[in-house]
Design a protein around this ligand. Structure first.
Ligand SMILES: Nc1ncnc2c1ncn2[C@@H]1O[C@H](COP(=O)(O)OP(=O)(O)O)[C@@H](O)[C@H]1O
Ligand SMILES: [Mg+2]
Length: 251
């Protein structure tokens, strides 16, 4: 029996929380390491960060013999292509996802949506997700506005059964290792009281999250063509995040 394609979004109204970064890291790990078939729909107009990243990644591979060889080895080994990255408006996102889903046997489609619910089509597209992960950092202002966004969405749309969403979970990103974990525990209980869920995996604040493939041929972290390099995986919690997502979505 053909498995249903799951629609997933890292989404929040607050900019700069790691939507794009976590989308790419998760999609690449699932597609290149875990053998799932993935597609990414980039509707964060006019940035189209992931579509642009894919263009830069492809350029880099074409122009650098080191990366070219790496790509050859990887794609021969996995026996499939890179995952598609489609850029479009939020208004057309679901239609495009459905056509992609019919052409390929996809396990997951990730959506990078605009950071505002006011843009056309965003709420409607978000409502079609199966799972939503809301990245947040432990900054008072960020937390307040994120909780506002998540509770409004949860109370008005999710718990009333008006969406496809099975769970919406917050995920701590840019966690400072020196901050006391008690602080996070206190936040977690407050969040639970609002009826929201939080992922167990926390993503550390680390410079490697800002790096892309460079001409220096350093180990790769964030790429749409390769997964996180093994040497950078430890301590990034990306594998833990992927495992928790697979567990959450039961795949
Ligand atoms: N865990 C992290 N540690 C350090 N920097 C991070 C982390 N996650 C994201 N960043 C950086 O924060 C910035 C915003 O991330 P981005 O994914 O573009 O956010 P969004 O898509 O939500 O606007 C980027 O420069 C990104 O590299
Ligand atoms: Mg972004």
């Amino acid at each position: 029996m053909k498995k249903e394609t799951l629609f997933i979004a890292f989404s929040t109204q607050k900019g700069g929380m790691g939507k794009t970064t976590l989308t790419v890291l998760t999609a690449s790990f699932l597609h290149y390491v875990r053998g799932y078939n993935v597609a990414v729909i980039d509707c964060d107009y006019p940035q189209f960060s992931i579509a642009d990243m894919r263009e830069r990644d492809v350029e880099q591979v074409i122009n650098d013999s080191h990366y070219k060889k790496m790509a050859h080895i990887q794609f021969t080994q996995i026996g499939k292509d890179a995952y598609p990255v489609e850029d479009c408006s939020s208004v057309d996102a679901i239609e495009i996802a459905e056509s992609l889903q019919n052409e390929n046997e996809l396990d997951f489609i990730f959506f990078d949506l605009p950071g505002t619910l006011n843009a056309a089509g965003v709420v409607k597209t978000l409502a079609c997700m199966d799972y939503v992960f809301v990245p947040v950092s432990a900054d008072r202002v960020v937390l307040e506005s994120t909780l506002q966004f998540a509770t409004t969405f949860n109370d008005n749309l999710i718990t009333t059964g008006k969406t496809n969403i099975k769970t919406m979970s917050l995920i701590w990103n840019m966690v400072d290792g020196r901050e006391r974990t008690e602080l996070y525990h206190a936040y977690d209980s407050a969040i639970a009281e609002l009826g929201l869920q939080v992922m167990q995996t926390v993503i550390p604040d680390s410079k490697r999250f800002r790096k892309e493939m460079s001409g220096e041929r350093k180990a790769i972290f964030r790429s749409t063509l390769f997964p996180v390099d093994k040497s950078l995986l430890k301590g990034s919690n990306i594998e833990e995040l992927v495992n928790e997502i697979i567990e959450t979505v039961k795949r």
